[in-house]
Design a protein around this ligand. Structure first.
Ligand SMILES: *[C@@H]1O[C@H](CO)[C@@H](O)[C@H](O)[C@H]1NC(C)=O
Ligand SMILES: *[C@@H]1O[C@H](CO)[C@@H](O)[C@H](O)[C@H]1NC(C)=O
Ligand SMILES: *[C@@H]1O[C@H](CO)[C@@H](O)[C@H](O)[C@H]1NC(C)=O
Ligand SMILES: *[C@@H]1O[C@H](CO)[C@@H](O)[C@H](O)[C@H]1NC(C)=O
Ligand SMILES: *[C@@H]1O[C@H](CO)[C@@H](O)[C@H](O)[C@H]1NC(C)=O
Length: 503
């Protein structure tokens, strides 16, 4: 079933025991064994009371329990469970449909790695007979019939019931060594290295529900602030999934009036009492218009996902949506942890402010702009539902139509590796589509900069385990003017006491 080799074979019942949130794994192997035998004792007691009501129980009796848990399987388990979370510990469940598959396949294939990523595309029916399912896509499965469940939202689609059950059907496959279930749509783009970095910060033996909200307040008000949005994707740890699947079908009927599958899951998890842990790298992208402002002001957190790319303008003007994504992914692959990360520096010889969003864009302001302003997204977009100017779940700043009040914008051209663990990213100046250019004197020197050449050391994933801090940058070749139209910038960790402060 799974494409990755299964190295770990321990009884699925262990999963149920480990799903008890109160049982902490002890530090030494012998205490670990003792507590397992204690669990066997508890299990046999609960068997007595349980079997009064049911003649069929999934609990083992005590001697079966002790026999099943052989020493060697625990040694394997104990060692393997303490290894850092990697991509093979994630089981993806993508909610798709035979109908949307053709149009969305390229989004999925932009991040899916055959024989590396594990998981399935869940479809409502078999793809049409003439479709050869590509090896480059997640293998598909057909969802169980869900017509017996209630669905009463007048403005939604019944398919959300089927998609809410992807977590249950994924769990029931009983695949081994799964620490996290990650759910997403067929147009969700995951940045898997960063997803692993983020999940590895959390203890997968505890109950976690990790994701993000909608950017548009109107969506959060209608749907909820206290759930993880499915388009941005979210992660459920194994022990939480174990509790969730027991109550899910009841929740689906109970929350029949809720529009989306993610809302139904959110409702169900709130019955368990686990709040959503918000991670700032999950992006539902509930916006319309140009995503530039959002992407050019990413929070100080790894980029984990993007969504709705068919509903916003292409990320790079002049390229198609999919080619834009390919361009961003190319840059991302050169330095996953740094993708879209913001850095600001001043060129005090010219009183310029430079804002780098690594792998995507550089903005040059021919004046000294505070870090607070530079960090605020420029509002190049409107809200999702009503196409309004506001509100969003973050502050935005207005961008004037006047070219003399706008930064000069550069977009990534290419990223290359130079030496080990070092990259060079080149950003090329864009021409305003309306041909507007500021004629003011202070802008003229800025126009002599055709390219930014940004060097940086590859961002080590371990840095994301530390307290977050935006990195610092400096202009390298400023002394003798802008040679050959290229301004060189170096990104590095900040020095002690260093701040982005205008003189
Ligand atoms: C992931 O970790 C497991 C241990 O839990 C190990 O067996 C496996 O080889 C690792 N896989 C990758 C791709 O690093
Ligand atoms: C995945 O693994 C299978 C079996 O080992 C192999 O036949 C197939 O070619 C691999 N696919 C890719 C895309 O590497
Ligand atoms: C696919 O082909 C089979 C037999 O050739 C046929 O019975 C079935 O209805 C076809 N399905 C679709 C979706 O066209
Ligand atoms: C930069 O700004 C400072 C004060 O804001 C001013 O004194 C200085 O002359 C300016 N330098 C240039 C090169 O414009
Ligand atoms: C970019 O900068 C590096 C030095 O940091 C230099 O080696 C390289 O030649 C520069 N590239 C261009 C096109 O200027």
């Amino acid at each position: 079933m799974s494409q990755t080799p299964e190295t770990l074979h321990y009884p699925p019942q262990l999963r149920d025991f480990l799903a008890f949130p109160n049982i902490k794994l002890p530090d030494t192997f012998s205490t670990f064994m003792k507590s397992l035998l204690a669990i066997c004792a508890i299990a046999s007691i609960s068997l007595i009371s349980y079997s009064t009501f049911s003649n069929h129980s999934q609990w083992l009796n005590r001697s079966e329990c002790e026999q099943t848990f052989t020493r060697s399987s625990y040694e394997d388990y104990y060692v393997l469970d303490h290894e850092e979370t990697n991509i093979s510990h994630i089981l993806f469940g993508i909610g798709g449909s035979a109908k949307t598959w053709n149009d969305r396949q390229h989004y999925c294939e932009s991040w899916w790695k055959p024989n590396v990523t594990r998981g399935f595309m869940w479809l409502n029916e078999k793809p049409a007979n003439n479709t050869r399912w590509p090896e480059t896509s997640p293998p598909y499965r057909i969802s169980e019939d869900s017509s017996r469940f209630r669905y009463t939202s007048w403005y939604g689609s019944r398919s959300t019931v089927r998609i809410a059950r992807v977590i249950k059907e994924s769990f029931q496959l009983g695949l081994q060594n799964v620490r996290w279930f990650v759910l997403g749509d067929d147009d969700t783009v995951f940045f898997t290295e960063n997803l692993v970095t983020v999940l590895a910060k959390y203890d997968h033996n505890q109950m976690y529900y990790i994701g993000g909200n909608s950017e548009s307040v109107e969506q959060d008000v209608i749907h909820s602030y206290t759930m993880a949005y499915g388009g941005g994707g979210f992660a459920i740890s194994y022990p939480l999934a174990a509790e969730l699947v027991r109550v899910l079908d009841g929740c689906i009927d109970r929350y029949a009036s809720l529009y989306g599958s993610d809302q139904k899951i959110g409702g169900c998890i709130s019955e368990i009492g686990v709040p959503v842990t918000k991670e700032l790298g999950f992006h539902q992208v509930d916006i319309r218009g140009d995503p530039f402002g959002l992407l050019a002001a990413h929070p100080v957190a790894p980029l984990v996902s993007l969504h709705h790319l068919d509903y916003v303008e292409p990320m790079f003007p002049g390229l198609t949506r999919i080619n834009s994504l390919k361009k961003l992914v190319q840059a991302y692959k050169m330095d996953p942890g740094r993708a879209l990360q913001h850095t600001f520096c001043y060129d005090l010889k010219r009183n310029w402010s430079i804002s780098v969003s690594w792998g995507y864009t550089v903005q040059l302001y021919p004046s000294l702009v505070t870090a607070k302003v530079l960090a605020t997204p420029i509002q190049t977009f409107v809200t999702w539902r009503s196409w309004s100017q506001d509100p969003f779940t973050f502050n935005t700043r207005h961008m004037s139509e006047d070219p003399c009040e706008r930064p000069v914008i550069y977009l990534v051209d290419r990223v290359v590796e130079v030496g080990t663990g070092q990259t060079q990213s080149m950003y090329k100046r864009t021409v305003d589509e309306k041909g507007k250019q500021c004629g003011e004197k202070k802008y003229l020197p800025a126009f002599s900069v055709q390219y930014f050449n940004v060097s940086a050391a590859v961002f080590e994933a371990d840095l994301w385990k530390k307290a977050p801090r935006r990195q610092c940058c400096e202009v390298v070749n400023g002394d003798h003017g802008v040679v050959g139209g290229v301004l060189q910038v170096k990104i590095r960790g900040c020095n002690r006491w260093e701040t982005v402060t205008p003189p």
